[in-house]
Design a protein around this ligand. Sequence first.
Ligand SMILES: [Zn+2]
Length: 316
Amino acid sequence: MITIAADLGGTRVKLGIVRDGKVIQQTSIPARSRNGLSTQLAEIADEIDRLLLSLGLEHRQCGVLGLTFPGLVDAATNRVRTTYGKWDDAPGIDLGAWTKARYGLPLVIENDTRLALLGEWRAGAGVGCNNLVLVTLGTGLGTAAIVEGQLLTGVHGQAGILGGHFCTNRRGGRCNCGNVGCAEAEASTWALARIAEALPEFQASPLRTRDSLDFDAVFELARQGDACALALKAHALAVWAQMIVNLIHAYDPERVILGGGVAAGAGDFFDELKTIILSHAHTPWGQVDIVVGKLGASAALLGLDALARRRHPELA
Ligand SMILES: [Zn+2]
């Protein structure tokens, strides 16, 4: 089966064609997620058409169009349930009807981190392991869990994916979910500027003159010994470790996979983060395996294909 896969990220829309469980062509375009999805659907469709044309394929040779979404999705109705400041008009769009009208194909849509976990489980860092947690570190913090070979979804689609909204600081800042002090509000890219500006070291730090703050800049300056960057890095590692320890206690994984844009620079922090996690996790049975994902941006695309096969076995 051929799956058309689109990963609706906050900063990039990644598009791929997956055939027989392999991404055979992929590209990406800038995401205008703050402007809503309805204004970008036509551009996404044009890019999909270009991908298919480059492979000499037509829509009718494909089985499913799949979308990942950075929020809560109702699998029963194929509708987006909740958004967090990205693609905020999506709950009002009947994406199944759009897919049918534009391509004549059924739609499969799921949460992006859950699909990245499915992809890593099938073809990446989770192969052969049936008790897994995946954490994406990036613009936000995404999580997902597989327990005894079952990808957790839950009756409302929430199970496993709200680890970024575990409270790690009850006196912390307001999160975009409505709670305060969530891990995501304490140590994700969108919260970085607020956390940095509150540090006394910020005024004298080169970080103050950057156009935008991200973890690449923080790790780069931390390597140079900048006090503000070192404090931010220590804070982020403590928050990520606290969240991951909570995930370990909640879902009893044998392996935790780190993914997302920030994990691409894991060389700067992996050993330190792993040490903090393992020294705080209560696992009398042994030690959780902490690894970095193998598939990068392809993970969610492969996960979409795996989910499409599961939901539409008649097409596989
Ligand atoms: Zn939150």
